[in-house]
Structures are given as structure tokens and as C-alpha cells.
Design a binder for this molecule. Structure first.
Ligand code: GDP
Ligand code: MG
Length: 437
């Protein structure tokens, strides 16, 4: 019956002017570029977009009313998944729980040690002890003491030895004797990965067997962060990542790459120099950040617009060559419907309001128009001039309308084609833009 036929046609038509396979690929190319711009490793970005592409084509994106939005949602969901999906906590089951910090110099270990102690003290009612194992610069020990004073957390240090293993063990013994239930061990880092640093951190790691080994990384270091993470993970098999300095305009793409390469959860982020600037890592929020700052949303929308513009250009060509047919008319109706209120739209077209005042422009009118067009043969759609009286009768019957209604549509179509042709000059493009949806 008619309604079935309509449904079938719309089913096909809805793919029109929206996302197609080509379009999905184009859009994802933009997404990939945005990810790489946000410091995501190229191969990871590539794998990522091919997963999204598969999902996009598998799902009903092609039939969605707002495919752009759906694509953004798909991208966001996959990003979230890529960064770990759920929030990862830290293991505080030890007595005391020992947390070892690792990472390059300047990554934010000392600052984060203070932040975490403060966080545990206030949020989790724990009694943390900070232990200063950066023995190479006297200033490093002072720095931890300053931090400890700020947050009211005791700091264990020993300026008489240069052995970080001994200090960490003594610190843990001190914690046990004095009722501390969390021990946070701040260590020395070097400016780049080297043997000395790796040997030292892995010796400490073996000696104290921490419940949590955290790798601290400056999110602004971009691609380098991935290599550093890999080196530390090879030696320590750490439990989690701390991403610092996310308060700047860094895009956080490092988060994706690190998670993908070492497959360890990101547990906390640092968002400033102050002790309060610590946040639990939420993969979904990071996805929002990456999408927002990489401007993927607008990229997707732009790709969408480009597609529609291409359609509009094709249409203009057809009009110029007198090839504008009912299928195009139908397509235009679909586009206009996507845009919402047609009365307002028509009003926006200079001079069109008067010319189109005869057209009944509520949704029911669309239904009739669509039904009539669907009852036409291909020949009739492309060459409306062949529609004679007997064809009109047949079309009317097939579409459940009257010959009068068919005549009305033919007249409107004729007017519209004429108007489009007329507006081909200066106004034509503008009008096409308004109608494209
Ligand atoms: P460490 O060498 O790994 O111990 O690094 P530090 O904790 O000494 O931090 C190095 C520099 O980075 C210091 O100036 C900190 O104030 C700064 N820093 C650490 N974490 C953050 C953060 O999350 N945001 C900002 N803006 N600065 C940070
Ligand atoms: Mg330090």
C-alpha cells in the first residue's frame, strides 16, 4: 500500500544529502587529523578511525536524522573506551599502603605527591606520610618540606645519606611506628630516560614492593610522553598514570596514546600548581575535552556542510541544463524539512514569498507531494512534460490524491523550476544555500 511505499522510498531518501560511505570516510579523515593535532600517535588515530568507520557504517548512521550528531557521539564513545572507559581507583589496601612515584624530572612528581597526600587526607580520611627520596638536589628535599607544611602532612627525609633505597625503607619503618597508613614516596627523575634513573627506580621498586606504582607524566610533552611511558612501564610494570599540567591548552591526546601503548589506566590528572588542583581521571570528560579542543565537532559539521554544498552545486548544474526533475524536487523537500519550519524559510527567500504563496506548506502538504511523486514513473519524474491527462489520472489513483492535486503540484513544480532558472544569476546560489538544509 501507499504508506509502505512511502516508507520504503523515504528509507532510501533519508540516505540522501546525509552521510554516505564516502562521506563517513571524509569525515573520519578530519577526525583523524584532529586527533593527530591533539598529539595522538598517528597509528593509534588511524586504528581508532577505522573502528569508528566500521561502527558508523554498521549502525544506522546512514539513516539517522542528524548523522553529524550521531557521528560525534560514536567518536566520543570510542574515545572514552580507548581511554579506559571507567574510572580507575588506587589500591589503598596495604598497612601502610605504599605509593611510589616515578617519572622524568619536572613531570610533577613532587607536586603530585603533595596533592595526593592532601586528597587522601581530606577525602579519604587517611593519614599519609611523604618520603623524600630525591637525594641529588638539596632543593628537592626542601621543596617537599614546603609542600608538606602547606597541606599539614609530615615529611620524612634524611640528609645524611644519598641512598634512596635506604631512605624509602626507613621512611616506611617510620610510618609503621608512628601510625601512618599511607606512605607516598617521591623520587628523583632525570630530564630524559637513562640507565641510571631506571636502575635506581627499579631498585627502590623491588626493595619496597609498593601497592601502587604511579607514572607521572607532563601532558604537554605530547608524543614524547608515549615513549617515556613505555620505558618506565618496561622496567616497573606500573599500575597507573598521572597526567599533569592539563590546566594549559594542552589537548590531552597523550592520554589516548599512553593508554593504548602501555594499557594502564590514567588515575588522576593535575590541573594547576596549587595543592587542590587534582582530579580523578574521567575518560568521558577527557573525550569531551579532546573533542572540544580539537574542534572535532565543528570539523564533522563542516564535512557535512561540504557534502550538502556539493549536492547544491550538482543541483544548480541540473537547473542550468534544464534537467531539474521531480526527484530533485523531492530531495529539496527533504532538505527543507530537515531545516524545520518551511513558512519561515520561504519568507527568507527574497521575492519567493509572493511567488510561492499558493503552495500549501504544512507537513500534510509534503505528504501529498511526496505520495504523488512516488507514484510517477522515472520518465515522468525526469521529464514532467510527458504527463498527460491519462497519466495524471493514474498518478492520482496511485497516490491516493485527486487529479486536481496532481495538477496543482505540476503547476507548483513548473513555477519552482522557472523561479530557480530565473534566480540562476546572482540570487540562485543564495537560494540554493537556503534550500539545501
Ligand atoms: P618533579 O621534578 O617531577 O618533582 O616536578 P615538580 O613537582 O617539581 O613540578 C615541576 C613544575 O611543574 C613545578 O613548577 C610545578 O609547580 C609544576 N607543576 C606540577 N604539576 C602541575 C600542574 O598540574 N599544572 C601546572 N600548571 N604546573 C604543574
Ligand atoms: Mg621532584
Amino acid at each position: 500500500n501507499l504508506s509502505d511505499k512511502l516508507d520504503k522510498a523515504l528509507h532510501v531518501l533519508k540516505g540522501h544529502g546525509q552521510i554516505t560511505e564516502v562521506n563517513v570516510a571524509e569525515t573520519l579523515k578530519e577526525v583523524r587529523r584532529a586527533l593527530v593535532d591533539a598529539d595522538v600517535n598517528y597509528k593509534i588515530a588511524k586504528d581508532f578511525t577505522s573502528i569508528v568507520k566500521e561502527k558508523a557504517l554498521g549502525q544506522d548512521v546512514l539513516k539517522a536524522l542528524k548523522p553529524g550528531e550521531l557521528m560525534v557521539k560514536l567518536v566520543k564513545d570510542e574515545l572514552t573506551k580507548l581511554m579506559g572507559g571507567d574510572v580507575a581507583g588506587i589500591n589503598l589496601s596495604g598497612d601502610p599502603s605504599i605509593i611510589l612515584m616515578s617519572g622524568l624530572q619536572g613531570s610533577g612528581k613532587t607536586t603530585f605527591s603533595g596533592k595526593l597526600a592532601n586528597f587522601l587526607k581530606t577525602k579519604k580520611t587517611k593519614k599519609p606520610l611523604l618520603v623524600a627520596c630525591d637525594v641529588y638536589r638539596p632543593a628537592a628535599i626542601d621543596q617537599l618540606h614546603v609542600v608538606g607544611e602547606q597541606i599539614g602532612v609530615e615529611v620524612y627525609s634524611d640528609r645524611d645519606t644519598k641512598d634512596p633505597v635506604k631512605i624509602s625503607q626507613d621512611g616506611i619503618a617510620y610510618a609503621k611506628e608512628n601510625g601512618f597508613n599511607v606512605v607516598i614516596i617521591d623520587t628523583a627523575g632525570r630530564l630524559a630516560v637513562d640507565e641510571v634513573m631506571m636502575t635506581e627506580i627499579s631498585t627502590i621498586h623491588k626493595a619496597i614492593q609498593p601497592q601502587e606504582t604511579l607514572f607521572v607524566v607532563d601532558s604537554m610533552t605530547g608524543q614524547d610522553a608515549v615513549n617515556t611511558a613505555k620505558s618506565f612501564n618496561d622496567v616497573l610494570n606500573f599500575d597507573g598514570v598521572i597526567l599533569t599540567k592539563l590546566d594549559g591548552d594542552t589537548r590531552g591526546g597523550a592520554a589516548i596514546s599512553i593508554k593504548s601503548v602501555v594499557n594502564k589506566p590514567i588515575k588522576f590528572i593535575g590541573t594547576g600548581e596549587k595543592m587542590e588542583a587534582i582530579d580523578v581521571f574521567y575518560p568521558e570528560r577527557m573525550a569531551d575535552r579532546i573533542l572540544g579542543m580539537g574542534d572535532v565537532v565543528s570539523l564533522v559539521e563542516r564535512a557535512q556542510e561540504q557534502y550538502d554544498e556539493e549536492e547544491a552545486r550538482k543541483l544548480q548544474k541540473k537547473i542550468a541544463k534544464n534537467q531539474f526533475g521531480f526527484d530533485d524536487f523531492l530531495n529539496q523537500i527533504q532538505q527543507v524539512k530537515k531545516m524545520g519550519n518551511m513558512k519561515d524559510l520561504v519568507g527568507m527567500i527574497p521575492g519567493a514569498g509572493k511567488m510561492m504563496k499558493d503552495i500549501d506548506i504544512d507537513d500534510d502538504a509534503f505528504k501529498h507531494i511526496e505520495a504523488i511523486i512516488h507514484s510517477m514513473t522515472l520518465e515522468e519524474r525526469t521529464q514532467p512534460s510527458v504527463i498527460n491527462a491519462s497519466r495524471k489520472k493514474r498518478i492520482g489513483k496511485g497516490s491516493g490524491t485527486s487529479v486536481t492535486q496532481v495538477n496543482q503540484l505540476l503547476k507548483q513544480f513548473d513555477q519552482m523550476s522557472k523561479m530557480m532558472k530565473m534566480m540562476q544569476g546572482g540570487g540562485g546560489k543564495k537560494m540554493m544555500q537556503m534550500m539545501k538544509g
